[in-house]
Design a protein around this ligand. Structure first.
Ligand code: EPS
Length: 393
């Protein structure tokens, strides 16, 4: 399975193609719309999410609500293109020389603005802003929703939650979260997102949710922004996905790539992750048991992966998102044309996008897991894969 997206944040639409989804998977636009709608919700979002109504239209690869095995093309309009006062059809025009469009010459530290012009030799930052924007994640969610549906078909569920926003988070980020989350996993990882979605900041703890909201209010008033920490759980994965035989076949390596390939992510860990470096081996490794004809682990500090291969325990992926670089209160930068010191300019922006990013991270790992599953069980149609999976089980 692979997918590509195209589209600028303020261009006419986002486009996506996902291929490699086996034939016979039931899928509808409504199912894709579910995760798109989730991605639009969350405290800390900016004004744009109030009028974008993300819904992907399926253009190919699906017939009578089932995949055909052919590439699936999706499209989703950007309402901002028509709706904003900024005259985006003129600013984003594919024709002419743009003589009547003022170039943006003041890069925001932390965004792809300066690195973008250094790489592509633009004299206007606009193209870097447009393509690096988190708007593109809407199409990633759409494409990945189909891979997610494939996983769900085989009992594999994904669900995430926010564990920290700025200074507000769990006191003992490993123990406190395990106590809260692990009992929920017997109902499947979607229980986690369903519960987290009830909080405006997608945090499972009510008191922390309130404090996170307050933190966002404070930083919004200051004209600043916030990031935070997150955790994604996956249940139902069979043991044996991924491999240790080569670096690029390790499941944890592939998941890390998908996470780090997502806008604003600055770190990722599996299981206890960085915390394991503070402890010693006797209390880090998960003892192996044999119960009901199956190998199990007493604990899951390795987060469901050993030697680059799934253990059959729930997958625990955690990471960090940086604060958004677009801020109402300016910080110092340099004008790329005059080389003079300038204050950063403000464009409408979210204050904290982490509650929304949970849905994006849940999504981007789905094609990775679906690929690992397909690599092991193969097949061009759902029926064929079902037979192989049942035989394996
Ligand atoms: C973004 C800036 C904002 C966000 C956008 C990402 O857009 P605008 O500049 O139009 O207000 O709303 O995110 C989305 C549109 C989205 O769908 O997530 C940025 O600069 O990255």
């Amino acid at each position: 399975i692979r997918y590509l997206t195209a589209g600028e944040s303020h261009g006419p639409q986002l486009t996506g193609i996902i291929e490699g989804i086996p034939a016979g998977l039931p899928i509808t636009e409504d199912e894709i719309a579910l995760h798109l709608a989730r991605r639009q919700k969350g405290y800390g979002r900016g004004g744009r999410m109030a009028f974008e109504k993300d819904r992907a239209e399926i253009l190919s690869g699906v017939r009578f609500a089932r995949t055909t095995g052919a590439p699936i093309a999706l499209q989703m309009p950007n309402r901002a293109f028509e709706k904003d006062d900024a005259n985006w059809p003129k600013v984003m025009s594919k024709e002419g020389k743009g003589e009547d469009v003022d170039p943006i010459t003041v890069p925001r530290p932390g965004h792809a603005d300066l690195t973008g012009i250094q790489k592509y030799r633009y004299n206007d930052i606009r193209p870097a802003i447009e393509r690096s924007s988190a708007r593109e994640t809407a199409m990633r969610v759409a494409c990945s929703s189909i891979a997610r549906k494939f996983l769900k078909h085989f009992g594999i569920e994904i669900g995430g939650h926010v564990t920290r926003i700025g200074s507000v988070g769990y006191e003992r980020p490993w123990e406190d979260i395990r106590e809260l989350v692990d009992p929920m996993l017997s109902g499947g990882a979607e229980t986690v997102f369903r519960t987290a979605d009830e909080s405006e900041v997608r945090c499972l703890d009510e008191e922390l949710s309130q404090q996170m909201r307050d933190e966002i209010i404070v930083r919004r008033k200051e004209g600043s922004s916030l990031g935070g920490h997150w955790e994604i759980l996956v249940t139902g994965l069979p043991p044996g996905l991924g491999s240790f035989v080569h670096w690029d076949r390790k499941l944890d390596g592939q998941l890390a790539q998908a996470v780090m390939g997502t806008q604003a992510m600055k770190g990722v860990e599996i299981g206890q992750g960085f915390e394991a470096g503070r402890r010693h081996g006797q209390v880090v490794h998960d003892e192996i048991t044999y119960e009901d004809g199956d190998f199990k682990r007493r604990t899951n500090r390795m987060g469901g992966i050993e030697g680059g291969i799934s253990t059959g325990m729930p997958l625990i992926i955690r990471g960090v998102m940086k604060p958004i670089p677009t801020m109402l209160t300016p910080i110092s930068t340099i004008d790329i044309t005059s080389k003079e010191e300038k204050d950063t300019r403000y464009e409408r922006s979210d204050v904290c996008a982490l509650p929304r990013a949970i849905v994006v991270i849940e999504s981007v790992i789905a094609p990775v897991l679906a690929n690992a599953f397909l690599e092991k069980f193969g097949g061009d149609s759902i029926e064929e894969i079902e037979e192989r999976y049942q035989a394996h089980k």
